[in-house]
Design a protein around this ligand. Sequence first.
Ligand code: PMV
Length: 319
Amino acid sequence: MSRAVMVQASPSLALVKYWGKRDERRNLPATPSLAVTLGGVHTRTRITLSEADRVFVGGQEQDRERFASFFEALRRRLRTEARFRAESLNSFPTAAGLASSSSGFAALAVGCTRAAGGVLSSRELSALARIGSASAARAVFGGFTLLPAGARYARPLFPEQHWPELRIVVVVVSTQAKALTSREAMRATRSSSPFYRAWLVSSGRLLARALEALERSDIELLGLCARLSYSRMHAALLAAEPPELYWLPATVAVIRECAALRAKGIGAWETIDAGPQVKILCLEPDAPAVVQSLRELEPGLRTILCRPGPGPVVEEEEE
Ligand code: PMV
């Protein structure tokens, strides 16, 4: 009897961003990243053993090349010949800068290992997920995580209960998949941005400040670090050849709205990944005012209220 495994995993939102690869073949990050796993949004993936590796996201078959190195590494590590079929659904827009690859590869690493009857430590699962997507190394854990520069695996820093009042408002500015993948954009930044070196140096310094902020649950300092990190990442990309900008007019409108809220004494600090979406850090008492202000800014703008969330959860079904 073959087994089907269902895994639910949440995306990893970087507060200090990973952007650039130290080793492209092994997919090792050039900068350290500090992240929170988001409770409130998830990927659900059903995995069965199959004749060939096939991955479907929202019913659409994915490019096999994108997953080949991941599945090869998985088989080597588990010493198996097994092939996998994965059917995945995201509760949020896919490939649009909402970190679907982090939850997607974390779910795959955990689910395929279980479906093949293997057992791996969380460190090994993190290293495996990293082969697909470096941010996925973090999504193997819940709560707050760190992926050091050049590291093979992430490590959990604090559990999700560390900061119960922290909220993250995900603002869905566009549901369109991005034209430029993060892999391509990182390559362009590294190979042609004159600011790349400065980006690498400043990331290490920023990490130290952000870690201190997280330890003390200091939202003002963490919010500032998050804003500095995404601004510098996008500035480096904007200076690449050709210049690239992921933002839409509504992205800028939300950045400005956060500044206006802060000026009124409502704590709202934005961060942006490889896409037009904005994620806003705030504390629980301010969350309703933040959501309300976005509704007034642009009726119809979708917001999802998240909090620090758990790592992947596995359910098994007999077939
Ligand atoms: O893991 P990737 O290849 O999807 O890249 C993620 C890059 C950012 O989301 C922009 C930053 C991060 O650390 O998650």
